[in-house]
Design a protein around this ligand. Structure first.
Ligand code: AHR
Length: 526
């Protein structure tokens, strides 16, 4: 069972925008309250931000955080969340059938982003609100002073403007579940005119128009084309959202989720470029994949919406297993493979709600399985993506037909260090991978880490938070001359290096690695 690929720095997909490693904080369940913000928690700072969560956010390597929604934003009044806390209103949040206290708002979020070292990505309400409120918010956030809203910001303690550069023009406006759901024409016009007005106030803003909520939407394709026909010149990005889960006892299709993600990306790129050609535009619209993850939506459908109106209820608190982490790794590979057009991506969400980080109220914060592929991709996926075209045996799936068992990409950072990210989708068989790295020159393996487990459903828990984590592949060695190498190795001299574990022969400049079934692998070369 053998797969092959070639790494050659002459073939590059493009530069990686750091905003590919973004995340998402929504006022939903316990993401904000008892997630990032819990005054009185032993680890909370003077602002009520949980330091234990902040440490994990920094370890995760998140670059940009989208806020405050999500479905929440389409009924949200941003003014509720600024100014003296005791005067902030309690409101019904229709999107999540919850009570919003507004104890955390724009000012708290901006302070938190600075502590976390992340860039803010602000979503505006184009569901129940429109151009005027978007302009008010932009004036409050970015105008230096001397006007009603900018002076109010200073009065609220923020003399300097926030300078928020990245803005989402609403959320999932194609979805009938969205408060203020619109047709493509209605939304396209509103997005265009909101964008025009926002640019008059602050020409430096970068704007994301809503694309489809997922590739299965009945309006997918025509929605993007129509919205861009109205707004092409006025926006910079179009959004994509996608969630995947293991359904119907079919893990093979689930492990191939990135096939859907890649075809989704390619279809949206084609649609953007169609509008570009048709409107004779010169600029390109790039993609903001600003919600993606594994999410067990079917569990929520079974449970139904909450019946009580409660503050920060436990909602969408999925617990992730090994297979989920491998799929998340594969989705990261899909994003990297398309880094020439995907500029921004936000894993949804950051804490507690379908999240890599769990924070118990009054208790500990810990890493779910899906934390690890994200952290490794954010840490090592730097510089440029190399064009990698593997040849691989296939696995049969009910949903996608035959798909390659190997899903892979590679990055090369500013110092020339190369990282190969590889997923073996096969449920039973390990893959013997041979990578031809001759074009790189004299490189050696500096590490091979794998996330896999004899039990592909193993999870981390509060009691055992490190049950699933990446492990260094034992027996890894490098062939340095005529002689032997074990495990993952590159033959580095004329002659052969022998993998004593498998008896395989590694020729000069060939890296050989064994990828366990259902595994996420990070192989670093320098
Ligand atoms: O991330 C959870 C929800 O998924 C978001 O609020 C919404 O935008 C999407 O449907």
């Amino acid at each position: 069972h053998h797969a092959e690929l070639t790494l050659d720095p002459a073939f590059s997909v493009g530069e990686i925008d750091r905003r590919l490693f973004g995340s998402f904080v929504e006022h939903l369940g316990r993401c904000v309250y008892t997630g990032v913000h819990e005054p009185g928690h032993p680890a909370a700072d003077a602002d009520g931000f949980r330091e234990d969560v902040l440490d994990l956010v920094r370890e995760l390597g998140v670059s940009v955080v989208r806020y405050p929604g999500g479905n929440f934003v389409s009924g949200h009044r941003w003014e509720d969340g600024v100014g003296p806390r005791e005067r902030r209103p309690r409101r019904l949040d229709p999107a999540w059938h919850s009570i919003e206290t507004n104890a955390f708002g724009l000012g708290e979020f901006m302070a938190w982003t600075r502590r976390a070292g992340v860039e803010p990505m602000m979503a505006i309400n184009l569901g129940t609100r429109g151009i005027a409120e978007a302009c008010d918010l932009l004036e409050y956030a970015n105008h230096p002073g001397g006007t009603h809203w900018s002076d109010l910001r200073a009065e609220h303690g923020a003399k300097e403007p926030y300078g928020i550069g990245l803005w989402c023009l609403g959320n999932e406006m194609d979805g009938p579940w969205q408060t203020g759901h619109k047709t493509a024409h209605e939304y396209g016009r509103l997005a265009a005119e909101t964008a025009r007005a926002m640019r008059m106030i602050d020409p430096s803003v970068r704007l994301v128009a809503c694309g489809s909520s997922h590739s299965g939407m009945p309006t997918f394709g025509t929605w993007e084309a129509t919205v861009l026909e109205h707004a092409y010149d006025l926006v910079d990005y179009i959004s994509l959202h996608a969630y995947y889960e293991e359904r119907d006892g079919d893990p093979a299709s689930f492990l191939a989720s990135a096939v859907d993600m890649e075809s989704f990306i390619e279809s949206v790129v084609a649609t953007c470029d169609h509008v570009r050609a048709a409107t004779k535009a010169t600029k390109r619209i790039n993609l903001s994949f600003d919600e993606w993850n594994v999410w067990y939506v079917s569990r929520r459908e079974e449970e139904g919406p909450p019946t009580e109106w409660a503050e920060a209820p436990r909602l969408l608190e999925d617990r992730y297993n090994v297979t989920d982490a491998v799929v998340v790794g594969s989705l990261l590979i899909a994003l990297l493979r398309h880094c020439d057009r995907v500029s921004i991506a936000c894993q949804a969400q950051l804490v507690n709600v379908i999240a890599p980080i769990v924070a118990e109220p009054g208790g500990a914060a810990w890493r779910q399985t899906i934390f690890h592929p994200f952290a490794q991709a954010a840490r090592y996926g730097r510089g440029e993506v190399l064009r990698v075209e593997p040849s691989s045996p296939v696995v049969k799936t009910a949903r996608f037909g035959e798909v390659p068992a190997l899903h892979a990409t590679a990055t090369r950072d500013e110092d020339g260090a190369v990282t190969l990210f590889a997923v073996n989708r096969d449920l039973e068989r390990p893959l013997d991978l041979t990578a031809n790295v001759r074009a790189l020159g004299a490189y050696r393996v500096v590490g091979h880490q794998v996330l896999s487990d004899a039990d592909r459903l193993a999870r981390n828990t509060a009691a055992e938070p490190d049950r699933v984590r990446p492990r260094t592949v034992t027996g890894t060695a490098i062939g340095t001359a005529i002689g032997t190498a074990t495990g993952t190795a590159i033959g580095t001299a004329i002659g052969t290096a022998t993998d004593t574990a498998t008896g395989a022969v590694a020729e000069v400049g060939l890296l050989r690695a064994k990828l366990p079934p259902v595994s996420w692998n990070v192989i670093r070369l320098a």
